[in-house]
Design a protein around this ligand. Structure first.
Ligand code: NAD
Length: 521
């Protein structure tokens, strides 16, 4: 059984030794204080499961407010040096980290599969996409270049700088335990901030593995810290006066709480929430391509992706042949242990399995036609694993809970509509606006869709349109709170503050008293 603990100031966390009290009264007072603190803020642990066997695999420490304080203090102290370290040195460390991560990609992927359950090839893909952000951040000297205007007035120059914020907090979900933190920390660190990451308590090990790589790459202690836990740790970060920004990814209800609490506490916040991604298939689409895409994007990672396709909108008379092609492909999918070269792994926990199964039951009860039922699937894995197979509903209507809610499992719902306009209204009226895709051979229709759809990331004949690291990732509506998306130039902007300097070097012709508002000449 493994035990995962926090990573603070360049090392696994160990309880600090209590100071020996000087006298008996001191000893009694100190014991009372500790008992009171433990009552308010006890040390707790959580359980880590292997989703493919259903077995308890280990425990993880849950941070108390005191431990979050320790991590933030370590980051604050490290910022004094790191924020002033030269761009050249910072970039060298980023390159070293990139090399280490690339060399040890397979180990990290194995760790992800062990705790999350996704199949190994998918876990490798996750690390690769995170690595792309590290590579983007290696170009930070270019990204941090400011503007310079010479001689805006006689002897006066103006230039702009972008400077780091200080300690930044990153709170991530279970479904991408390596990639989602990597959307943020490579850029945060490259621009000179220090970081406290709070990964999901369901799969906490990848963040600690990454912390060890940073240390090996030469990152000074305290620049990258990890605290584990739940709401206690998250709220401690959200209210800590030394934390300057919060980057959050998770479900919409928590994203809203994080945004409201973080901003009320004076922080810069980007909080990415849930999704319900529609794939619109027009009558002229290549139906084989569309069926492949629907299956890959609907069931990859067992649907536990914020960019998964969960609604397929079939326009006109193509629904029957499209559903037929999807069912044919679903028949060849192998569900099982991610370490056994299967196509689809288990869900992350028993609780999540119960939730997804509950939605399938609700879909049936509400009158959707269940074409492929993933309950009680045939699996290549231990029977106690958290299994649900690929599931397909047809003739789903917008009132059903399988349509309105984010299920976050391998459940694809087909909605049939007559026209492009009806398809577009469905997407635009849905509260989520993370990703969407249109499948068509009509360039004009695709162009109209990209313009009219109210969603942050759009695919044209591409089912999971996750932008490259040098563009920014983020949804609209209930899929993102705040105004800055992740990585790309928006990421650089989020993790820095702008400053403009107006300078004049001694010029005798500009001397003299003038109380008027400065103008140029
Ligand atoms: P979650 O909201 O349950 O947890 C996210 C983080 O918040 C975790 O670190 C968790 O410990 C913490 N948390 C949980 N409950 C909390 C509470 N009451 N108060 C404060 N913090 C709390 O999400 P999850 O189940 O880990 O991940 C799945 C969700 O993440 C889905 O909704 C998915 O769409 C979303 N997601 C979104 C994106 C995106 O880019 N928009 C990307 C990945 C995942």
């Amino acid at each position: 059984m493994k035990h995962v603990t926090h990573w603070i100031n360049g090392a696994p966390h160990t309880e600090s030794e209590p100071q020996a009290p000087r006298d008996r009264v001191g000893a009694a007072l100190s014991a009372l204080r500790e008992r009171a603190v433990d009552l308010i803020d006890p040390e707790r642990t959580g359980e880590i499961y292997d989703p493919a066997t259903g077995e308890l695999a280990g425990t993880v420490d849950f941070a108390s407010v005191r431990i979050v304080d320790e991590a933030v203090a370590a980051a604050r102290d490290a910022f004094a040096e790191w924020g002033r370290t030269s761009l050249t040195r910072r970039t060298q460390i980023l390159f070293a980290f990139r090399e280490l991560l690339n060399a040890r990609k397979a180990e990290l992927a194995a760790l992800i599969t062990e705790e999350h359950g996704k199949v190994l090839s998918d876990a490798m893909g996750e690390v690769t996409r995170g690595l792309e952000v590290v590579e983007f951040a290696c170009g930070i000297p270019h990204l941090l270049k400011g503007g310079y205007s010479s001689r805006v007035s006689t002897g006066v120059d103006v230039y702009s700088l972008r400077q780091p914020l200080g300690v930044v907090g990153i709170i991530s979900p279970f479904n991408f335990p390596a990639m989602v933190p990597m959307w943020f920390f490579p850029i945060a660190i490259a621009v000179g901030n220090t970081v406290v990451v709070k990964p999901s308590e369901k799969d906490p090990s990848p963040a600690v593995f990454i912390a060890e790589l940073w240390k090996e790459a030469g990152l000074p202690d305290g620049v990258f810290n990890v605290v584990h836990g739940d709401k206690v740790a998250v709220d401690a970060l959200l209210t800590h006066p030394d934390v300057k920004s919060i980057s959050f990814v998770g479900s919409t209800a928590i994203a809203r709480h994080v945004y409201e609490t973080g901003t009320a506490n004076g922080k810069r916040v980007q909080a990415l929430g849930g999704a319900k991604n529609h794939m619109v298939v027009l009558p002229d689409a290549d139906l084989d391509l569309a069926a492949d895409a629907a299956v890959n994007a609907g069931f990859g990672s067992a649907g536990e992706r914020c960019m998964a396709i969960s609604v397929l909108v079939a326009v006109g008379d193509i629904a029957d042949p499209l559903v037929e092609r999807i069912v044919e492909r679903m028949g060849s999918l192998r569900t099982g242990d991610g370490r056994r070269a299967c196509d689809m792994g288990p869900l992350v926990t028993q609780a999540h399995l119960d939730k997804v199964t509950g939605y399938i039951e609700a879909g049936v009860a509400e009158g959707a036609e269940i074409v492929v039922d993933g309950r009680d699937p045939l699996v290549d894995g231990a029977p106690e694993g958290f299994w649900v197979g690929p599931t397909l509903f047809d003739r789903v209507t917008p009132q059903m809970s399988v349509y309105t809610d984010e299920i976050f499992g391998p459940v694809l719902s087909v909605v049939r509509v007559e026209t492009y306009e009806q398809a577009l209204s469905l997407v635009n009226e849905h509260p989520y606006g993370n990703g969407t895709a249109i499948f068509t051979n009509d360039g004009g229709a695709a162009r109209r869709f990209q313009d009219e759809v109210e969603v942050g990331m759009v695919g044209i004949n591409v089912p999971i349109p996750v932008p490259m690291a040098y563009y920014s990732f983020g949804g609209w509506k209930d899929s993102l709170f705040g105004d800055t998306h992740a990585h790309g130039t928006q990421g650089v902007h989020f993790f820095t503050r702008g400053k403009v300097v107006t300078s004049r070097w001694l010029d005798p012709s500009h001397g003299g008293i003038n109380l008027g508002f400065p103008t140029h000449g």
